[in-house]
Design a protein around this ligand. Sequence first.
Ligand SMILES: [Fe+2]
Ligand SMILES: [Fe+2]
Length: 279
Amino acid sequence: MKDGKGELFELELLGGPTEQRFRRMRPEVEAMPWGTMDLSKASDAARTAARLAWTGAAYQEHRTAVACAMTLRALIQARAPIDLVAVASRFPLDEMVHVELTARMAMEYGGGTEIVHDPKDLVLEPNPEASALMQAAECAVRFFCVGEALSIPLLRATWHVARHPLPRAVMGRIVKDEAAHGVFGFTFLDWAGPKLSNADKVELGKGADLAIRFLYGQWREMRKARRDQMHEGDVLGWMRTDDYFAKATQAMQSQVISPLEARGIPIGAQLSELSAHLH
Ligand SMILES: [Fe+2]
Ligand SMILES: [Fe+2]
């Protein structure tokens, strides 16, 4: 937070006909087996760890919703192809569903934990001086080619470790939606590529470096707080294992760095920067 002051990250549903419309848009949410996890054998520490992890996940989904909305606006202003924009217009809704799913998982474990945040400082805005096309490209690269593309294999692996039907249904839904998000950034770049100069691509590479190094920083923090999965529903505990970091670094190369470089976007934040800290 820039000014040290913040607001609590709390969410609500309006209910009534608005909620009914929302439920009709995504009926699978209510069909999930809510309230079926047996937590009688889960220790207090396990419950708290799961509440923290799922609340953190809800906050990340919330930030991603802002990033998707910001990208969508930039795409429209850049007069990106109508079908491409239309496909991206579904993404903010998907993310709101993910926010609800992850927040409800925290509730299953006893409730959300406290997150204080600055709602006006959730994601980095694109360069205000850049052209509409470059603003859209910057959003596509930072949020989609890096953030969303990387998350696909990691979410899929998290889904595979889920044993209980509830977290399995939640992760399965998220994995399905994210598949479309993950390819979107590269579809955009394949359209925009011929309109971008080499200097533009160098600029986009700097944006990618920023987003990649942000993730490297997160991984280092996660690595410090390693823990084992403590309850069968606590699938997010898996995100601090050796296996997770092995998958994450592999995905960073194959899903992010290599495909960006193949499109002429130079990447400075190579994995070699990270390995000294992680191993
Ligand atoms: Fe999401
Ligand atoms: Fe997403």
